[in-house]
Structures are given as C-alpha cells and as structure tokens.
Design a protein around this ligand. Structure first.
Ligand code: GLN
Length: 257
C-alpha cells in the first residue's frame, strides 16, 4: 500500500469510528433519546392512562424515567411490551434500559446489570375477605394464581406448590374475584392497588416466607456509561425525597380511583 493510501485509509477509519462513537453517545442506542422498556400493567409503577407523565404512560417508574432523561438532557421514550420480553429486548438493543418494578434477582443479574435500588417491596397474598389463609404454608392445598415471569411465580415455584400463571395481574385478580382461585401472589404495592379496586379482598403478609425485593433499573451488561447516569439520578431522587413523594402520590391516586 502506498503511503498516501495508508494515510487516507487511517483517516477514513478514524471518521468511521467517530461516527460509531457518536451513534452510541450517552450510553443510549439512539443519541439523545433514552428508550425504556416497561410492561404498563403494574400500577402504581406503570399503567396506561389518558394523560400520563410520558404520553399515555403514567406511574412511579414513568416519572422516574422521565426525570432521568431530563437530568441528562435526553428525550424519554417508552416501549410497552410483555414483562417476559423485557430482558430479551434489552439484550437485543431494542431498548436502552428496563424500568418495570423489576426486582434485581441473582438470576437476572446473570444477563443484565442493575442500578441502585429505588424501591423495596415484598410478595404478599391477596385473598377473599373470608379466606382461612393466614400464612404462606396455608396455600399448600389451595388454588394459587400468579403472573407469568414475575418473582411471585418464582416464589410459589420454590415452595413447591402448583399454580396457574396469567399474563396480567388484573386477569389473576379477576380469577380470584370470580372464585376460580383462592389466592394471588403478587408484589405488595400492586396488591394494595388491586384490593382498593375490588370489593371483598384483603392482603395477607408472611414475612417469614417472602423476602424483601429490591426494584432497580436494568441496563445491558457492561453499559457503565448509562448505568452511571441512571445511578446519579436515582441517588439524587432518593436523597431529595422525590421518589418518596412519587410513591405517596401514585399510591394515593391509584387507590382513590
Ligand atoms: N417485582 C416483580 C418482578 O420483578 C414484578 C414486576 C412487574 O410485574 N412489573 O418480577
């Protein structure tokens, strides 16, 4: 190769590399847009409404996502999909991050990285008001409903009980309301919302059976650039009380509907 050609080739390579770096700028796949994947079936964290904080999407997580994008001078976008598809979409690069009331479990940590915890929850049991279930082991001979892919399913599986899995929390709760199942195992804040929305239900807790769960935002493994930005925003929102305020606001709002 002649010297002039070599220089030109090198110059071209630098230009191309710069282009690639710019396209990946900010740790997001699409320059100044930060795309979060969610499953908007999980009030008070994410749900569809007429006038949400991000288009039709509203809830604690949606407000947090918007503030993270705002704090970094980026535009926020939401992709709504099934809960089960979220981590695959993240790994494929279809979305930049997942915010979905998602518990940071060791199993999930094998494929993605998680941010600082922004909310702590636990699994609870939703039962009819006259139910004789008072602890998790009482579920042994009952018909149990869970939501597919949620940590509630993992818990019940771990206890060795059989169960039926539904695509949505509302479907599982409807089954309970209609007397077709005896108990729904689901996250605490979401359970409160469903109990508020439906007559004749109550929550049964069992701290000895259900560990506390930490909600965090997931990013692709190794995307430290984006993770650092997300963590800085979360830490600020935790210390200045924003996340607390959002939790209070959306818990009250959604149960007053
Ligand atoms: N926290 C539960 C989980 O991570 C449920 C999350 C959700 O339904 N959005 O599996």
């Amino acid at each position: 190769m002649k010297k002039a050609t070599k220089v030109l080739t090198l110059a071209l390579a630098v230009v191309m590399l710069t282009g690639v770096l710019t396209a990946c700028g900010g740790g997001s796949k699409n320059g100044d847009t930060l795309t979060f994947g969610t499953n908007a079936e999980f009030p008070p964290f994410e749900f569809v409404t007429s006038n949400g904080v991000i288009g039709e999407y509203d809830g604690i997580d949606m407000a947090i996502a918007k503030q993270i994008a705002d704090a970094n001078g980026m535009t926020v976008a939401i992709e709504n999909m099934e809960f089960d598809s979220l981590l695959v979409a993240l790994q494929n690069g279809q979305i930049d991050a997942v915010i979905a009331g998602m518990t940071a479990t060791d199993e999930r940590r094998e494929t993605v990285d998680f941010s600082t915890t922004y909310y702590t929850a636990t699994q609870v049991m939703i039962v009819k008001e006259d139910s004789d279930i008072t602890k998790a082991t009482d579920m042994a001979d009952k018909k149990i409903c869970v939501v597919q892919g949620y940590t509630g399913e993992v818990c019940v599986q771990g206890m060795g009980y059989s169960y039926e899995a539904f695509k949505k929390g509302t479907e599982a709760v409807l089954e309970l309301v209609n007397g077709k199942c005896d108990v729904v195992v689901i996250d605490s804040a979401t359970a409160q919302k469903y109990v508020g929305d439906n007559e004749g239900l109550k929550i049964v807790e069992d701290a000895s059976a259900f560990e506390s769960e930490e909600y965090a935002i997931a990013v692709q493994k190794g995307n430290t650039e984006l993770l650092d930005k997300i963590n800085a925003s979360i830490e600020k929102m935790l210390s200045d009380g924003t996340i607390n305020e959002l939790a209070v606001k959306y818990t009250e709002e959604t149960s007053a509907e």
